[in-house]
Structure formats: structure tokens, C-alpha cells
Design a protein around this ligand. Structure first.
Ligand code: ASP
Length: 415
């Protein structure tokens, strides 16, 4: 029996192949309908299971992580290193996008008329920068029960941080609660190991649907842009991030990719960093040896605020839209794109196509028409695959870097 890791890989390859074959069948073919229906059933059960475990997992892992860090007086160091790492890698990703987009000028020479209909029928929900901040800040603190039921990760995360700090501040008094949280986390990780057995089938079926439902003519018309985005995102994921990892920890990229591939493939297939959290945590702890207190803190936080792939895409796509409508963005305008894409990627939740929603803000910041999103939406499901995988990669590498720079190696019992 091949290892789970290998099974996931084989299943992903089969998924792409079958999806491609199914895509060749006519729309009304019975086989096509049947396979797509079965795929969507199995795929949604897999995603459903990941989502089922997600909120309790994020809550307990942040509580336990923060409590353990606080107990070791490491919390400030870990916070600062984590946020600096997130900001640095996001900035690098966007810089890369801007350089590449300036060199290759995607969209220049393409006819806007091709997209006129799509843009006309598209209604955007405009959100200005002040509105965005208001929305973001008011979303941070909510009734925890409401946040739990709505699957609102950011506010669950904030509540968990308070509980983690309070547990340590209370010392012996809350020992039972802390122990309960540790046991709960342990138990949830056990459930995740069961869910993982469905991962090969889940990933295969998600990829069958994804590939079969692509509109090939549309993809071909945008091929230049798609290839540019894929290549740049992959460069960031295969060269920039591993180089950073090596520079700080001396760990080889091969070792990293071997240990994290379950999470990367899941992110690719689900297009959701949040749904991938359970698997990212498992990879970081079990395969890459990141202590639970670090991984349990850095990964859920990263999945919500650290999105290198999304930032890269938003910056490149803004330049694409500008080229398409024949506007040359000045250096200052590109700086505005840089800053807004940084905020927009941090504000995007880790769900499919979330980057598209926050991108409206980037376009508006430099006066580009928000309706242009309509041009990008049909190809977004495809682009979201690699982008999400790189988002997740950034979080796992973040946990390794933070471990190296901020962890003094002290062990916390149970964590
Ligand atoms: N799907 C991405 C993620 O979950 C967010 C995005 O749309 O860029 O990380």
C-alpha cells in the first residue's frame, strides 16, 4: 500500500487526467453528467469534513499556542517575527509581480471589445478604503458564538488569543481549562487523521470537476496572462520562499516540499487556505517537526492574513487591467497598487476567489474600472489553485522560520 502522501499525488494526477477526458465529452453526455455529479458529491463531503473541524481546531490551536508561548515569555518575539515575516514575503511577492508585469506588459495589445459584454452585465460592490477598514475592524471582535456559527475565522482567532493570554495570567486557577483545551486539540488532530483517508478521493474529485468545467476557448484567449501569472507565482513558491527558508534555517527545499505536499496539493484542489488549515497543521507538526505552540499559532493566523499568491496576483492583475484599457500607471500609482494589494490580500479570507472581491479595492485605488473584474472572474477558479497553494506554502514556511528565529527550544508540557 503506497503512503498517504503518495496516494494523494497519484489521485491528483488521475483527477486532472479524468477531468480533461470528461471535458472532451459533449455537455449532454450521460457519462459526463454522472461523473461530475459523483465528483461534486464526494468533493463536497471532503470539504465539508474539513470545514467541520476547522473552527474548533483554529480556536483550540490558537488558545493552546498562545498559552504556551505566553508561559515561556516568547509571545512578543513570536508575534513580531511572524508579522515581519508575513509582511516581508508579501512585499517580495508583489515586487516580483510588478517587475514581471512591467517587463512583459500583459494585456497590452488585447482588444477590450472582447470583454465589453461581460463588463456591462457586471455589478460591483464598491468598497472604499475607509469602508474597508471599518468593515475589517468591526469584523475582528464579535460575539464568539456568532463567530463560531458563521465560521468567522478572524473573530474566532481574536477571541482565542484573549483566552490564551487569560489562561496564563490566571495561572493555576485555570489549569483545568488549559488541560481541557490541550486534550481537545489532541482529539481534533486525531479526527483529522481520519479525514485524511478521504483526502485522495476528495482531491481527485475536486480536480475532475475543476478541469472538466474549464472553458477552453476562453482560457486560450487569455493564455499569455494565465501563463505569466502561473510562472511568476510558481517562481515565488519554488525559488523565493524556499531560498528564504534555506537562508534562515538551512533546511533543504526538497525536505520542505516532501513534508508539506499533502497540504499544498489540498490547497491547490480546494482553493481555500482556511479549509487546508487542518492539513497544514498536521504537515508542519508531524512531518516538519514544528512545535505545536508555534505551528498552532502561525498557521491559522497566516491562513487568514498572509497571502503571497493573492498579493502577487492582485498587483499583476491591476497592471493587466491598466494595459488592457490602455492606461500607463505611473511609479506612484504602482506604489499605491503595492500598498493596497498588501492590505487587500491580508483582508481576504482564505476561501475560493476571495482575492477577487478585495481586488476591487486595488483597482479603485488607482482609478481603474472595478467592472474589469468581470474579465478575470471566468479564469479565476483556475488561477486560484496555484495562488492558494503558494499562500499555504508561505504559512508553513513562516512557522519554520519563526521556530528558528523566535523559539528558544523550551518545551512546554503537553504542547
Ligand atoms: N483562495 C485564496 C486562499 O484561500 C484566496 C484568494 O482568493 O486569493 O488562500
Amino acid at each position: 500500500m503506497p503512503s498517504l502522501n503518495r496516494l494523494i499525488f497519484i489521485a491528483a494526477a488521475i483527477g486532472v487526467l479524468v477531468g480533461w477526458l470528461i471535458g472532451l465529452l459533449p455537455d449532454d453526455a450521460g457519462l459526463r453528467g454522472g461523473v461530475l455529479y459523483a465528483s461534486s458529491l464526494i468533493g463536497s463531503v471532503f470539504i465539508g469534513l474539513l470545514k467541520m473541524i476547522l473552527i474548533p481546531l483554529v480556536f483550540t490551536s490558537i488558545v493552546v499556542g498562545v498559552a504556551s508561548l505566553q508561559a515561556h515569555h516568547q509571545v512578543h518575539r513570536v508575534w513580531i517575527t511572524t508579522l515581519l515575516f508575513f509582511a516581508l514575503t508579501t512585499a517580495l511577492a508583489m515586487l516580483l509581480a510588478l517587475v514581471v508585469a512591467n517587463i512583459f506588459k500583459p494585456g497590452a495589445g488585447m482588444s477590450l471589445a472582447m470583454f465589453a459584454d461581460a463588463m456591462q452585465d457586471f455589478e460591483v460592490r464598491q468598497m472604499s478604503m475607509p469602508e474597508f477598514f471599518q468593515h475589517f475592524l468591526s469584523g475582528l471582535f464579535k460575539n464568539p458564538f456568532q463567530a463560531f456559527t458563521n465560521g468567522d475565522i478572524l473573530s474566532v482567532l481574536m477571541f482565542a488569543i484573549f483566552i490564551g493570554v487569560a489562561l496564563v495570567a490566571g495561572g493555576q486557577r485555570y489549569q483545568t481549562i488549559l488541560q481541557m483545551m490541550q486534550e481537545l486539540l489532541d482529539m481534533l488532530l486525531r479526527i483529522i487523521s481520519w479525514i485524511m483517508w478521504l483526502a485522495p478521493l476528495g482531491i481527485m474529485t475536486l480536480l475532475i470537476r475543476l478541469v472538466a468545467e474549464q472553458d477552453v476557448t476562453l482560457l486560450l484567449s487569455m493564455l499569455g496572462f494565465i501563463v505569466l501569472i502561473f510562472a511568476t507565482t510558481l517562481f515565488h513558491g519554488a525559488v523565493v520562499l524556499p531560498a528564504l527558508l534555506y537562508a534562515v534555517t538551512r533546511k533543504s527545499p526538497l525536505w520542505f516540499f516532501r513534508g508539506s505536499r499533502e497540504a499544498l496539493v489540498t490547497a491547490f484542489a480546494t482553493s481555500s487556505s482556511s479549509a487546508t488549515i487542518p492539513i497544514s497543521l498536521r504537515c508542519a507538526e508531524q512531518n516538519l517537526g514544528v512545535p505545536r505552540r508555534i505551528a498552532g499559532f502561525v498557521i491559522p493566523l497566516g491562513a487568514t492574513v498572509n497571502m503571497d499568491g493573492t498579493a502577487l496576483y492582485e498587483a499583476a492583475a491591476a497592471l493587466f487591467v491598466a494595459n488592457l484599457i490602455g492606461v500607463e500607471l505611473t511609479l506612484v500609482q504602482q506604489l499605491v497598487v503595492f500598498m493596497t494589494a498588501m492590505i487587500a490580500s491580508a483582508g481576504a479570507p482564505g476561501i475560493p476567489s476571495a482575492g477577487m472581491v478585495t481586488m476591487v479595492m486595488v483597482l479603485q485605488a488607482v482609478g481603474l474600472p472595478a467592472e474589469a473584474i468581470a474579465i478575470l472572474l471566468p479564469i479565476d477558479r483556475l488561477l486560484d489553485t496555484v495562488r492558494t497553494a503558494v499562500n499555504v506554502e508561505g504559512d508553513i514556511i513562516g512557522s519554520l522560520v519563526v521556530q528558528k528565529l523566535a523559539d528558544d527550544g523550551a518545551e512546554y508540557q503537553g504542547a
